[in-house]
Design a protein around this ligand. Structure first.
Ligand SMILES: [Zn+2]
Ligand SMILES: [Zn+2]
Length: 764
């Protein structure tokens, strides 16, 4: 008889809620092995018993054939005495105790198997909007605690029917231990509520089938509030000019583009161009909104993305989306359910209250959302995905940091586009998109989110990293914590460290951090920075020459003020400016110029974002903005892609050196006088910025001997600038690091803060 061996196996990583136990069960029984498998706080534990060769085969296939959503980080084995067990069993989950080291998986788009059942009239889940399985469905948004088991999700409220329970307990079934599994007999239900104020009992469900009725309302040009995975959306017929305009007016959102949901890839391609990389992103299990070049003939209302050559498109990611799109039979606008800049609404009661003035009807269900999670936003650059907002579908998957965290870290992030990050061992858990920390509701999301992550990943931070800006609410939160070591991290250093972490590198590099605003170590506002940076430390090697921001925050909202400040700072500027921007702001131009000159309420800034603002105002793109970065976005849209000319900018030697951004604006003035078309001027400005980055990097290479450049900061969301910059740097022999998994904007700051804090810890 063959010698029997028994091996204990421990599997760590994303192994719960992804069909790992059924996979192990099927694999072991298929090989004729006995033993057991179970979930605990550490991940998955397995014991297998059989001939040594077969156990070896099992171990090989365990890693090679793991389920699609699993992410194995480590497998360890230990020999046990054989027990001559008779079968292979699935052990019950252990009760909560001890440290929790398991990972929770992200929400995942409906899989192909579930879609087949959804459209099969013979299937008992035919047309059921909440179909899911071990390979797909809600995860992070419904998890209240770990281990990941139904009782600790918002599905606990639904008792499984006999048939669902049978599937759940059958190791051969594809819903074996699928925690959110359900069916029309036992699971969540849809309901349609009219917001019609003339009906006394507002909230009475519509008589007909809710889904068909909701689709009919959309087709009539009505606005629908739709309960999704991570919050409420507002939907409207994307082709209907009045519906989209009405949505904009009611939501108080003037220009910021809306995203569009198309039924499938073919429908998406009728709206925009999707190359293979973009198509891969669109159809990935995370299903982000993907920014794509809009097609000329796209049948989309002008109000969807005013003045924008791009369109944000996503494909259905829940069965409800699939059913709704199939019934409406045309693309719909799908935008966050909120008013203006408030966070996305996710509780039913607040939805009824907050969205009552916007939506004509509510398509809702009774499965609670535990964590508010916005849609993620991505795009591709040279065939590579780049996340601009990392949230639903990606969170809470950790980013692995090889050098690790000597002590547990909480990084509080920035003020705008806030995320926080909790990190321990080799894992950095960057949070979902929290938003702009400027109202009580967002601040509550921030503090509650931190508590939730601490519980889920059992991290008790000893080190707390924060921005240097004393007025950021995230900074104030950090400095009020007791019993922790505080680490202030400069904003642009955090940007570059974030880019390093994104690329799995430690530096040192030349860090080019171009963004709107960040507090500098000298108390001025930085934002056009050349840093010699590693993870622990940095030196400011150069920057854009500072100019005053007349009116402070008012200068951010009104780009024409930056045009005035830059004109005033330019010694070669003609005394009598014959410019439209001056005429448009005639009544205040002199006063704002005087304010800039006196330096009263006019803080100095080296911000690249403000340089773009000044250029946009000079060119007449816009004098005031309705959302962050709007002037720069529109300046990019205006630029002629065929124009390659670049305005020169002088560098004032010194340590740090200063690049004269005002020279670019002087180039614009000369071309305006010569009546050069605006698209050509816009392009020359972009190439001018790329050229000044190239010049700065050459100086940095000369001074520090560094050959790698990391590009970070929100300004690099500008594809024209990014492309021109990368081309110039690569032509000069630089290796260029870009963001991919975390945003280059302030959404990536928390990760940067966390790795800087850890690097300083290692130095101690
Ligand atoms: Zn599925
Ligand atoms: Zn059922």
């Amino acid at each position: 008889m063959t010698q029997l061996v028994r091996t204990a196996i421990r599997v760590k990583g994303v192994v719960q809620g992804v069909g790992f136990r059924p996979f192990v069960y099927t694999l072991a029984t298929g090989l004729g092995l006995t033993g057991l498998v179970g979930n605990d706080l550490d991940g998955v534990f397995v014991e297998v018993e059989g001939p040594a060769a077969t156990v070896g085969d099992f171990l090989l296939r365990l890693e090679r054939d793991a389920p699609p959503l699993a992410r194995i980080e480590r497998v360890t084995t230990r020999a046990l005495p054989p027990r001559r067990s008779a079968s292979f069993a699935i052990a019950a989950s252990e009760p909560r105790a001890g440290p929790r080291r398991t990972l929770v998986s992200a929400d995942t788009a409906t899989c192909a198997d579930c879609l087949r059942e959804l459209s099969d009239p013979a299937d008992r889940r035919f047309g059921y909007p909440f179909i899911n399985c071990t390979n797909c469905g809600p995860r992070f948004t419904i998890v209240r605690d770990v281990p990941y088991d139904r009782a600790l999700t918002t599905m606990a409220a639904f008792a499984m029917c006999e048939r669902c329970a049978a599937e759940y307990h059958d190791p051969a079934d594809r819903r074996f231990h699928a925690q959110p599994t359900c069916c029309p007999a036992c699971g969540p239900r849809l309901a349609l509520h009219r917001a019609d104020a003339s009906t006394p009992a507002a909230g009475t469900p519509a008589a007909s089938d809710p889904l068909t009725a909701a689709a009919e309302l959309l087709r009539q040009g009505r606005i629908l509030a739709l309960k999704g995975l991570g919050g409420y959306h507002l939907a409207a017929d994307a082709a209907c000019e009045q519906a989209v305009a009405r949505l904009r007016a009611r939501k108080h959102r003037e220009d910021k583009p809306f995203a569009v949901m198309a039924a499938d890839l073919a429908a998406a391609r009728r709206l925009a161009e999707a190359d293979p990389a973009a198509a891969g992103l669109l159809t990935s299990p995370a299903r982000p909104i993907v920014l794509l070049p809009r097609s000329q003939e796209a049948a989309v209302a002008a109000a969807t993305a005013p003045g924008n050559r791009q369109l944000g498109i996503m494909l259905p990611y829940t069965p409800l989306h699939h059913l709704l799109l199939a019934t409406v039979t045309r693309p719909i606008v799908l935008t966050s359910g909120n008013v203006s800049d408030e966070p996305i609404v996710y509780r039913d009661d607040e939805a009824r209250e907050r969205l009552a003035g916007i939506a004509d009807a509510f398509l809702v269900h009774d499965r609670a959302i535990h964590v508010r999670t916005d849609d993620s936003v991505a795009r591709t650059f040279r065939g590579r995905p780049m996340l601009l907002r990392r949230s639903r579908g990606y969170v809470p998957e950790p980013i692995t940091i090889r050098s690790g965290f000597p002590r547990p870290v909480l990084a509080c992030g920035a003020e705008l586009k806030n995320t926080f990050c909790l990190a321990q061992d080799r894992h950095a858990f960057v949070s979902h998109h929290i938003g702009d920390l400027e109202n009580a509701e967002t601040l509550r999301s921030f503090t509650e989110g931190i508590e939730h992550f601490r519980r889920l990943f059992d991290i008790d931070p000893r080190v707390v990293a924060h921005d240097l800006h004393p007025e950021y609410l995230s900074t104030k939160y950090a400095v009020e914590l007791d019993g922790v070591d505080l680490r202030g991290v400069q904003h642009h250093h955090a940007h570059i460290a974030s880019c390093l972490a994104d690329n799995g590198e430690n530096g040192p590099v030349i860090g080019v951090a171009f963004d709107g605003t960040g507090y500098g170590t000298d108390g001025t506002i930085w934002g056009g920075e050349f840093l010699a940076a590693g993870l622990a430390t940095f030196e400011r090697g150069g920057h854009l020459a500072p100019v005053p921001m007349p009116g402070g925050a008012a200068a951010i909202r009104q780009p024409w003020r930056m045009a005035a400040a830059y004109q005033d700072a330019d010694p070669n500027s003609p005394a009598d400016l014959d410019l439209d921007v001056v005429r448009r702001n005639q009544d205040r131009w002199a006063a704002v110029t005087a304010m800039a000159r006196r330096g009263v309420n006019a803080p100095l800034t080296s911000s690249a974002g403000r340089l773009f603002d000044a250029a946009a105002a000079l060119l007449g793109v816009r004098d005031a903005i309705n959302y962050e970065g709007q002037a720069a976005v529109e300046l990019e849209q205006l630029a002629d892609p065929a124009e390659a000319g670049a305005y020169p900018a002088a560098v004032e030697a010194g340590h740090p050196f200063r690049v004269r951004g005002a020279d670019l604006l002087h180039g614009i003035l000369d071309d305006l006088t010569a009546r050069v078309p605006a698209p050509v001027i816009a392009a020359r400005f972009h190439h001018g910025v790329a050229a000044l980055i190239e010049a700065g990097c050459l100086l940095m290479r000369g001074r520090y001997g560094l050959g790698t450049v990391a590009l970070s900061g929100g300004v690099f969301q500008n594809l024209l600038l990014l492309d021109a910059t990368v081309s110039r740097l690569e032509a000069r022999g630089f290796r260029v690091l870009l963001h991919a998994r975390v945003p280059c904007n302030d959404g990536g700051i928390s990760l940067g803060q966390a790795v800087v804090a850890a690097a300083r810890d290692r130095l101690c």
